[in-house]
Ligand binder design. Structure first.
Ligand code: 4GY
Length: 246
């Protein structure tokens, strides 16, 4: 998978891509991350990339032409067609299902805005979809791009080792993760649930699944409705709800 990122701070994205799973995916040839700075395509002595908003108001808006030229340069760098994504609070909320869809594509082109945003005419002409990582405002789209890059990198076949892919699995069914424990068994902060020391992996898997279900039900009931629960799991939740102190 190739990911091109148009950003005034391409070194930001390159830096995040030089650590951990994303770096390993690149070393394994599973992923390539490339930065493009619109300032390199800006005209004039000051190489302007922004200007004042029509209609007045605070802040600046990113100019069309430097962004458009950077997008075109990124597109031209590879023959494969790219899905152009603008990271913005106005976008569709990013979910694991969307991450899975995007991880299956051969190319993504991520547009990172700064200041007050990007001239709407550029968005309408060049952007395939707008995505949001959450209902809050960052100072630029780069952190959101980094989140998306990390999430799709993990899903590239061969990117994760067995332990990491186990962590991935716990979210595959749309549930929150179960609790995790490691040495020592006895600690001032408490002990480890016996089942995890039993060596009975059928019991351990069942316990982990129930813990994930319980946590999801307690913390994110909205996810329970969407999760593909089996009849046994739905029955278990109903029992848990019936005995819940609330
Ligand atoms: N939240 C978000 N999810 O995705 N992106 C987000 C963001 O807060 N981005 C910063 C804004 C800043 C002004 C220009 C456009 C991007």
């Amino acid at each position: 998978m190739r990911v091109d990122v148009v950003s005034l701070f391409p070194e930001f994205v390159a830096q995040m891509a030089s650590h951990g799973v994303v770096a390993r995916a690149q070393e394994r040839g599973l992923l390539g991350v490339h930065g493009w700075n619109p300032r390199d395509y800006a005209e004039g002595n000051y190489r302007r990339v922004d200007d004042r908003p029509f209609g007045g108001g605070p802040g600046m808006v990113m100019l069309i032409d430097p962004l458009r030229a950077a997008l075109e340069a990124a597109r031209a760098a590879d023959a494969a067609e790219a899905r152009v994504i603008y990271l913005t609070p106005q976008g569709t909320p990013l979910t694991q299902d969307k991450v899975k869809e995007l991880a299956g594509r051969s190319r993504l082109l991520l547009l990172c805005g700064r200041y007050e945003g990007v001239d709407e005419r550029l968005v309408e002409a060049e952007v395939d979809e707008e995505l949001s990582i959450g209902d809050y405002v960052l100072s630029g789209g780069e952190l959101a791009a980094a989140v998306l890059i990390d999430a799709v990198a993990r899903l590239q076949p061969g990117a994760l080792n067995d332990a990491e892919s186990a962590a991935q699995d716990s979210f595959e069914h749309g549930l929150l993760d179960c609790p995790h424990y490691t040495r020592p068994v006895e600690h001032a902060l408490g002990t480890v649930p016996d089942v995890l020391l039993s060596g009975n992996h059928a019991l351990i898997d069942a316990w982990r699944r129930r813990q994930a279900l319980l946590r999801t039900w307690l913390r994110r009931p909205d996810l329970v409705d969407k999760a593909a629960l089996g009849p046994e799991e739905r029955q278990w939740l109903e029992q848990a709800a019936a005995t819940s102190p609330e």
